[in-house]
Design a binder for this molecule. Structure first.
Ligand SMILES: Nc1ncnc2c1ncn2[C@@H]1O[C@H](COP(=O)(O)OP(=O)(O)OP(=O)(O)O)[C@@H](O)[C@H]1O
Ligand SMILES: [Mg+2]
Length: 440
């Protein structure tokens, strides 16, 4: 679509335009500990406002308050100049505030058209007017420059396309303040570029966009204004043009950051060898060799092949053909215990349904794959906490206080628990399989 003049001058002083959202002194406690402290934030139409901060800084909590998921414990929120008390999701939506969370929320079995129009299907003589559903959905997408066939099912879309459909749905429902929580977190560079283009289109249409991302280059490229949170408080808020990368990182972390990673060349020993791996049409004759001390990235469009590779290497499924070796020793396919006993650890990309047990605590999840835990000895509370503590330290897992359910951790901290759980395990874990299956 043709670029329009932004509704406000971006990056400059905001003398003329009215803030669409004005947050003053907002605080939020969970179980007595402060997740947000005295937060101020102004959002303007026609501006991309990036929220930055380390894992657990309070970004998601803040946008969940704006979109009515959580209620603030103190402070005030004005939307379009009117004070709001007790924002709920429904109320926020009526005010034009919409949040596209990181996890996609489309009905996967339905078409794109149905998803865009869900909750507002046009009818004729008492039945759904399907042609109008498709036409209106098409208009909603093309109005944002999105080129997706509305007859496709949501399940057939790439993650980036699913995000676009969610954005189109929110804009069609009247979203004028759009919050995107890590919209490019798992995307290829090209797909992330498509999302950024869409975000710029929204901005040029006068939408106020809140953009959460951990990618500093991306944020510097797309944002008009940046607000940095640290430990629940705003440490800096300024036009993007006034910040440089080093300053931004310093604000996020609270000190200068120097990389102390020693350069160590990989050894000349093959650690992991996969040869001629084939499975249906998802994987055909895949071969890769990873030396000790080496990181190998396997690239490809998001989809079936990655999850299939995970299932095959972890022993969850048996391939049609192929060979797997760890440290030169063959590993049989199709058996999770054999894969684990070889020393191979597969960390799922689907931490919510395959990785963590949401009803268990942080420490229990961290120790779950540990042989000793499953033999019940660690169930004695003090012992569990004592063993989990060094893992929390080495993976930098931060909770507001104590040992909360793992689901109460911030997204990034959940990811650290998932890594810590697998990377710290016994090399020969006999009771792993039980632990894994009962956990899933
Ligand atoms: N429902 C909850 N119950 C208890 N604590 C919570 C809850 N939601 C968030 N927290 C805590 O509030 C703090 C801020 O979390 P939040 O999810 O806002 O962080 P974030 O900045 O989005 O981090 P990330 O980059 O990891 O997603 C964290 O310490 C988290 O554990
Ligand atoms: Mg978050």
């Amino acid at each position: 679509m043709t670029p329009r003049t932004p509704a406000t001058p971006t990056g400059g002083a905001h003398a003329a335009p009215e803030a669409v959202i004005r947050v003053r002194g907002v605080s939020k406690n969970f179980g007595g500990a402060a997740a947000l402290k005295d937060v101020d934030l102004d959002l303007y139409p026609g501006e991309i406002h990036a929220l930055m901060g380390m894992n657990g800084a309070g970004k998601s909590t803040l946008v969940q308050i704006l979109s009515g998921v959580h209620q603030a414990d103190g402070g005030s929120i004005e939307v379009n100049g009117r004070a709001q008390s007790g924002l709920t999701v429904r109320k926020a939506r009526r005010l034009g505030i919409a949040c596209v969370p990181q996890r996609r929320e489309l009905a996967m079995g339905l078409t794109v058209a149905e998803n865009v129009m869900l909750g507002d299907l046009p009818t004729r003589r008492g039945t759904v007017h399907w042609r109008a559903v498709r036409d209106e959905a098409r208009r909603a997408l093309s109005g944002l420059g999105i080129d997706i066939d509305v007859a496709r099912t949501a399940a057939s879309l790439t993650v980036a396309e699913q995000t676009m459909v969610e954005v189109a749905r929110e804009v069609r429902r009247g979203g004028r303040i759009l919050i995107l929580d890590e919209p490019t977190a798992c995307l290829s560079a090209e797909a992330a570029g498509q999302i950024r283009a869409l975000v710029r289109t929204l901005r040029d249409d006068g939408v106020a966009v809140v953009y959460i991302s951990h990618y500093i280059d991306e944020v510097m490229a797309v944002a008009d204004r940046l607000t940095v949170l640290r430990d629940g408080g705003v440490v800096r808020s300024a036009p993007a043009a006034e910040m440089d990368q080093a300053g931004l990182v310093r604000s996020m972390v609270g000190r200068d950051v120097v990389s102390r990673r020693p350069e160590r060349p990989p050894k000349d020993e093959a650690g992991l060898v996969v040869r001629g791996l084939s499975h249906g049409r998802a994987i055909e004759d895949f071969t890769v060799e990873v030396r000790r001390g080496e990181i190998v990235a396997v690239l490809g469009p998001a989809g079936d092949a990655q999850s299939k590779l995970f299932d095959l290497l972890s022993g969850r499924q048996r391939p049609d053909a192929g060979e797997l070796r760890v440290d030169g020793r063959p590993v049989p396919f199709g058996r999770v215990p054999a894969s684990l006993a070889s020393g191979l650890r597969c960390v799922t990309g689907d931490r919510r349904s395959l990785g963590l047990v949401p009803g268990m605590t942080l420490d229990e999840n961290l120790m779950l794959a540990d042989d000793r835990f499953t033999r019940c000895r660690l169930h004695r509370r003090g012992e569990l906490a004592r063993r989990a503590a060094p893992r929390r330290d080495s993976y930098g897992v931060v909770a507001l206080s104590g040992n909360p359910p793992v689901a109460a951790l911030s997204g990034g901290n959940q990811q650290k628990v998932l890594l810590g759980k697998w990377l710290e395990t016994d090399p020969e874990p006999r009771s792993f399989f039980r632990a894994v299956t009962s956990a899933s």
